[in-house]
Design a protein around this ligand. Structure first.
Ligand SMILES: CC(=O)N[C@H]1[C@@H](OP(=O)(O)OP(=O)(O)OC[C@H]2O[C@@H](n3ccc(=O)[nH]c3=O)[C@H](O)[C@@H]2O)O[C@H](CO)[C@@H](O)[C@@H]1O[C@H](C)C(=O)N[C@@H](C)C(=O)N[C@H](CCC(=O)O)C(=O)O
Ligand SMILES: Nc1ncnc2c1ncn2[C@@H]1O[C@H](COP(=O)(O)OP(=O)(O)OP(=O)(O)O)[C@@H](O)[C@H]1O
Length: 521
């Protein structure tokens, strides 16, 4: 790699760690300058500063040392450190973030960063915003999303993401690469886990928005309680200079308070659907009305209600290329963020109308077996919102859902799926979705135990591809078949192994094309 300054010396490290009260002790064995940093023994070069974090095994440090690591940062002394420079710190995640920023030479200072959080809608809002402003920014808008990371315009500058918000070292390395590629703006998703794990420690955002919060991500390896989940999510508001809040969010009182704690109230923007009830009375800066929502797109009218909202000159109609009434709020958030970043309404219209998001509301029309959607909904709130929307749009046909729930995480999703199916679906095909170390049959039965069989006709097929095929073949012209939860995920996670999976999108595309061909013949 040849980006930025890309080096760190011992003095710099000691000063930075001391300034942040992170340094417990240090040993200088080499007095060297580091020309690479890593937290993974499989990615080490000569003169690497190596970080021992998370579920780390001591042998990883031995491998790193043998591969050329000369310095180590850790929370406790490890035998392999002898002969290396050693920095013992109180919090490895904070140290990793702080030293990564310095190693990559503070790339955030050269970017206008717009961040979004929420239980649902982060990816959608980020894509809408990036597509809305990219052209007007001269194709200088980078994107860090759950689906793709975009750090430039050359081939190879767009790649699949591993996490919603990557490990801090990767965040700052990708920022550096974006800056070196001439990017000026960064749109990024910030997960609650990012704050729990200090992946964005020390980062200030130009704009931070909060879409919504609902019960999710509580459990092993995630948040211990909902209160902790909310607290972590709110950190984005505390670390943003200007904030946007969807006032229809649950816990609005708490969320608004967090925003005002560090942000001048003049810099907090609130929006909601016109006429929506908010949990506490607030002055809304914007409201939106649905002008039309169909199975293929939406149109909203956005109206400012305060002087500061009016100043952004955003009022007017916007067509949104992705269906789903809940996407109207995601789009409103994107439009306000774009306005605050200095873009005009006319800059945004085409991008917002043309946005398509991999694995979110992808529509495939079959001639005789109904319309098929591939979507990423995977908890109660999103499944209910999605199925409810489809049911309302299609009162004369059935809603047929293909769904599974992951193993060893989000256990309450099983009940959530059952509940959402009871409320909005006619038929369910229960199948496999990342079973991890659990038995997928047992998971499917658990979902089934929450289903009211007088309302929903249930089928089981643990072979996901076959379940999708069965569901589509069962569909009649007027039906909607919806494949939930995996979008374009290319794996099934089984017993610690990522087993390649063609993706729901590819499977549906192939089935629908073949059925349409048969009809034609
Ligand atoms: C709980 C959690 O946040 N875990 C993340 C964390 O794990 P970890 O630090 O324990 O790392 P690990 O993979 O167990 O391994 C320990 C260390 O040994 C190193 N190692 C490992 C193997 C080896 O041969 N040599 C070696 O040096 C690893 O690089 C690592 O530094 O750091 C890893 C990257 O180094 C992440 O991949 C991992 O995310 C796991 C996979 C995960 O599932 N995370 C989820 C909960 C998550 O972060 N989700 C949020 C979205 C949530 C939302 O939608 O709101 C996200 O931002 O994506
Ligand atoms: N504002 C919303 N309210 C409820 N459901 C939503 C909303 N926005 C999107 N969804 C549903 O949630 C699914 C995931 O949306 P999206 O990927 O934008 O959210 P996310 O916050 O990035 O999710 P995740 O954290 O699961 O990656 C969509 O496929 C859709 O079904």
């Amino acid at each position: 790699m040849g980006y930025g300054k890309l080096s760190l010396n011992i003095d710099e490290i000691q000063i930075l760690l001391q300034e942040h009260n992170l340094l417990k002790s240090s040993v200088s064995a080499n007095q060297k300058k580091y020309s690479y940093i890593s937290y993974d023994s499989r990615d080490v070069k000569n003169d690497t500063l190596f970080f021992c974090k998370g579920n780390f095994k001591p042998e990883y440090l031995e491998i790193a040392k043998a591969s050329g690591a000369t310095g180590v940062v850790a929370e406790k002394h490890l035998p392999a450190s002898s002969g290396m420079d050693e920095y013992i710190v109180t919090d490895i995640q904070k140290a990793l973030s702080l030293l990564s920023v310095a190693f990559y030479d503070y790339p955030q200072n050269d970017l206008f960063i717009i961040a979004v959080t929420g239980t649902k809608g982060k990816t959608t809002s980020s894509y809408l915003l990036r597509d809305a402003i990219d052209k007007a920014s001269g194709n200088k808008t980078a994107l860090f999303s759950t689906v793709n990371t975009v750090i430039g315009n050359k081939s190879g500058d767009t790649f699949k993401s591993q996490l919603t918000t990557p490990e801090s070292l990767d965040v700052f390395r990708n920022m550096r690469r974006a800056v070196d590629n001439g990017m000026k703006i960064l749109v990024m998703e910030v997960s609650s886990q990012a704050y729990l794990k200090n992946r964005v420690y020390g980062l200030k955002f130009n704009i931070g928005s909060f879409l919504n919060i609902s019960p999710d991500h509580v459990g092993e390896n995630e948040h211990p309680t909902f209160a902790n989940y909310l607290h972590c999510k709110e950190q984005l508001l505390i670390n943003s200079k200007v904030t946007i809040i969807n006032a229809e969010t649950k816990n609005l009182d708490d969320v608004y308070y967090a925003a005002k704690a560090t942000c001048n109230p003049e810099n907090v923007y609130l929006f909601a659907r016109n006429g929506a009830k908010t949990e506490i009375p607030v002055t809304l800066d914007f409201v939106f009305d649905s002008k039309s929502d169909t199975l293929s797109d939406n149109e909203i009218y956005l109206k400012s209600l305060t002087k500061k909202g009016e100043k952004l000159n955003l009022d007017g109609n916007y067509r949104i290329g992705i269906p789903g009434d809940y996407n109207e709020a995601n789009a409103t958030d994107a439009i306000i963020a774009a306005g605050l970043a200095g873009f005009k309404r006319t800059d945004l219209l085409k991008g917002i109308a043309d946005t398509k998001i991999p694995g979110r509301m992808e529509m495939y029309s079959s001639q005789d077996h109904g319309t098929v959607y591939v979507d990423y909904a995977h908890n109660y709130a999103s499944t209910r919102a999605l199925l409810g929307f489809l049911k309302r749009q299609n009162p004369n046909g059935r809603v047929v859902a293909v769904v599974g729930s992951p193993g060893n995480k989000g256990i309450d999703r099983r009940e959530g799926f059952g509940k959402a199916l009871n409320e909005e679906a006619d038929v369910a095909y229960l199948t496999t979705d990342d079973p991890a170390y659990e038995n997928p049959q047992k998971i499917a039965q658990e979902i089934d135990s929450y289903i009211d069989h007088d309302k929903v006709d249930v089928h089981f097929n643990l072979d996901r591809e076959q379940a999708i095929k069965d569901a589509i073949l069962s569909g009649k012209k007027e039906d909607i078949i919806v494949i939930l939860g995996k979008g374009q995920d290319p794996y099934q996670k089984v017993k610690g192994i990522d087993i390649p999976y063609p993706t729901d999108s590819a499977i549906v595309k192939k089935i629908v094309e073949s059925l349409n061909q048969d009809t034609k013949n």
